[in-house]
Ligand binder design. Structure first.
Ligand SMILES: Cc1ncc(COP(=O)(O)O)c(C=O)c1O
Length: 385
């Protein structure tokens, strides 16, 4: 029988979409479900940004544009990186992508060969493992421990580096734990990468989503000129998940290759989306602080609520919009507990194991929902036990 490629057998999807499908199936049968499985803000794209996108369509910005991205947006990204990360990348380092995710895929394709070892956080965003497996690389997970507030310990990375280590992927603020790495931890990792000649890909999609703490980038050590790649985008803190817009700051030589990946895969990112992105970066920023004030209230409500459920124990995450409670004392494993919540309480959350084996014993709740839904969900979970 004719076969698909080996890579097609090795790539894998995301549990969030599977749980959503199960929840929707229950809803079709008339059951009401409270959704905590989806990783997107519950706000709409700010009006000024939406209008800039609409105006761009009306102004006929609906044609192909350069694969690397619109000059206007790339310059705005240059200013943005200087303002938020403290260094100004050269224009040739700035590459626009349709969402952050293609940035993960293309940078990994540009860096990893079959057999190369890739270090990343576990539990962590599933795309890193999926793409590593697709390329035929070897996954080297670093456990994120609750005792260390789910931050990656640079000493653990040091222990795992071999002659085959090619890439370290860092995600801070982190999905699914909400942990935020400290400046000194990130500097230590950047130094390790330099010492052992390893690339760093830094997924900073939640960069503006921290509570009472600052976000740092490991890319400032080499200003993304030699071995590090910074990925960020508009999906989360501008509530633009469906627009598909992100960017990469990469060493020049890699950026040239990335441009060719884009030519071959997508030609370019939609022009009108990019014009909306220019408005997002240069327009009024108050949306973000307002959103984060609301998220903080939701975080406090859900964490306090989860800590009142027998068998649940939850830390206060310092970033993103996910709570990651320890559910070990319920006597159930992650999958059993997630199923129990869905079928007995009508609450959709993700098992920690959807993010890797070290997620066992935990659940992920995305608290991008109303305070009222959070209160109802906590009560329903309590009643279900
Ligand atoms: C860590 C992380 N990286 C990347 C993405 C995807 O970003 P985008 O929608 O811009 O492709 C997500 C979305 O959930 C994420 O959590």
């Amino acid at each position: 029988m004719i076969q698909l490629s080996k890579g097609a057998d090795r790539i894998y999807g995301e549990a969030a979409f599977e749980v959503l499908a199960k929840a929707q199936e229950l809803e079709r049968k008339g059951k009401s479900i409270l959704h905590f499985e989806i990783g997107e803000p519950d706000m709409e794209t700010p009006d000024n940004i939406a209008k800039a996108g609409i105006k761009a369509i009306q102004d006929k910005k609906t044609h192909y544009v350069p694969s690397i991205g619109l000059l206007e947006l790339r310059k705005s990204v240059q200013d943005e990186i200087e303002k938020t990360r403290g260094y100004r990348p050269d224009l040739e380092q700035v590459v626009i992508t349709p969402g952050l995710k293609p940035g993960i895929f293309f940078s990994m394709l540009a860096i990893i060969n079959q057999g190369d070892e890739v270090i990343y956080q576990d539990p962590g965003y599933p795309t890193y493992g999926s793409v590593t497996s697709f390329i035929g690389g070897k996954s080297i997970p670093i456990p994120l421990l609750e005792e260390n507030e789910f931050r990656m310990n640079p000493d653990d990375i040091k222990d795992k580096i071999t002659g085959k280590t090619k890439l370290i992927i860092i995600n801070s603020p982190q999905n699914p734990t909400g942990s935020v790495m400290t400046k000194s931890e990130l500097e230590d990792i950047a130094m390790l990468a330099e010492e052992h000649d390893i690339y760093i890909v830094s997924d900073e999609i939640y960069s503006k989503m921290t509570y009472d703490t600052n976000h740092y980038t490991p890319t400032s050590r080499d200003e993304a000129k030699k071995r590090s790649v910074l990925l960020d985008g508009f999906s989360k803190y501008y509530a633009m998940t469906g627009w598909r817009l992100g960017y990469m700051i990469a060493p020049k030589k890699m950026a040239e290759r990335l441009q060719d990946f884009l030519v071959s895969a997508v030609s370019c990112t939609a022009a009108f989306t990019q014009w909306a992105g220019v408005e997002a970066l240069t327009g009024n920023q108050s949306f973000i602080s307002e959103m984060m004030t609301r998220f903080k209230e939701k975080r406090d409500t859900i964490v306090k609520g989860l800590n009142t459920i027998p068998g649940f124990k939850c830390l206060f995450p310092k970033g993103a919009f996910y709570a990651f409670p320890n559910i070990k004392e319920t006597g159930m494993n992650s999958q059993e507990c997630a199923d129990h919540l869905l079928y007995k309480a009508g609450v959709a959350a993700l098992p920690g194991t959807a993010f890797g084996p070290y997620g066992e014993g935990y659940l992920r709740f995305s608290y991008a929902t109303t305070l009222e839904n959070i209160d109802i969900a906590i009560n329903k979970i309590k009643e279900s036990f």
